[in-house]
Design a protein around this ligand. Sequence first.
Ligand code: TYR
Length: 454
Amino acid sequence: MTSPLHGGLGGWEGADQPNDTGAAVAVEKMRRDLMAAKATEPSAAAPDSAKRASKEMPKTAATESPPSAPVAVNGAACADGVSEGCSTRAVIGSDVRWPAPVPSTLSLDERFALCRSVGAECIQEDELRALLEKKAHPICYDGFEPSGRMHIAQGILKAINVNKLTKCGCVFVFWVADWFAMLNNKLGGDINKIRKTGEYFIEVWKAAGMDMTNVRFLWASDEINKNSNQYWMRVMDIARKFNITRIKRCGQIMGRGEGDDQPSAQIMYPCMQCSDIFELKADICQLGLDQRKVNMLAREYCDELKMKHKPIILSHGMLPGLLEGQEKMSKSDPDSAIFMEDLSADVNRKIKKAFCPPQVLEGNPCMSYIEHMVFPMYGEFRVDRRDQDGGPITYTSFAQCSEDYLSGRLHPGDVKPNLSRYINEMLEPVRRHFQDDPHAKKLLATIKAYKVTK
Ligand SMILES: N[C@@H](Cc1ccc(O)cc1)C(=O)O
């Protein structure tokens, strides 16, 4: 168990080690499949909110009548609404809205190693192995507040991780956290703008090269409204079981500091996010390290209730922002992040300006992107450079590449244009989608006009 939240490059201990383990073979095969995979239309039905959002929007989501989706049967037998095994909700993996999940072709060891490689931290590894042994289709989830544009940590890095997990047979739920964005006052708390942005997020993910077979998109407001009794029972129960200090300690999950002056939403939000985990029956919380406090809360809650199976926490590291000292990408500073539909001129300019101290890996965003995006996707980093600068070279492992960087044989001037080339290649399908598809194009124009609030 491990890494500090911002452990620099060394903190990502679950990251791919392409050359040594059985997992390397699986990672490599996954990478090739990923490259070959054409982003197909998702099998999921269009989310109710998305459909509604294109029509006229009701004043508040809470006043909408629950949609009559063919989901779970209500389990009236559960008096407190919170006991383990009491299910009033859809079992996402076998929800009738989607075709059955596709099983993995990998062995248990390969599945474990590939899943594990997603996390900079895993709580706990033995539970992960036992889960994979028991379940062909564990449910993983990550939640996103739709606000602003999507950066490459939410787009590319997420796609890499999702492809690994679905390759292991997992079902991955993208939780479009519209109500959470509203609670967190994003986009001025305007639910209509938030939903539009949610539609744009889904549009980006669909174009980002993800294998959609075991992927599901769910809107928080829709699912909560469908199972509102059980959901709010759980929220209240969580609120009863933890004191204010403990809940406030989760402030980071909203991107807020503990000392910040906060509306009371800072108490509601973590209780709700914790409830989501149970609502979704998530076996694996696959969110960023910045979300670990609430995931830990969910495990503590399981202890309180003496639940046998706790959600496993598989946290990915945070992709740093482009400028010095930025531990993660921020949307309010457009120069700290590369956005999914940035033009190549934007990418080149941002990378050119990026922090990239020679011979230093710690806190170096360029080297971090090479490690966490280029190697997992391409299995190599090809440096095209003039003969007088050392001539072209192709690294086939990050270890090799970082060694040369530390020694000064690989210079920031070599790293930057080549990194830009890779990122541009990764973004090209998304860029094209937003240029060529009229619906996507309009959506992007709409959300670009919104004023992003922090
Ligand atoms: N807190 C997450 C969003 C989120 C909301 C609800 C969840 O269940 C999960 C994640 C963020 O800040 O991005």
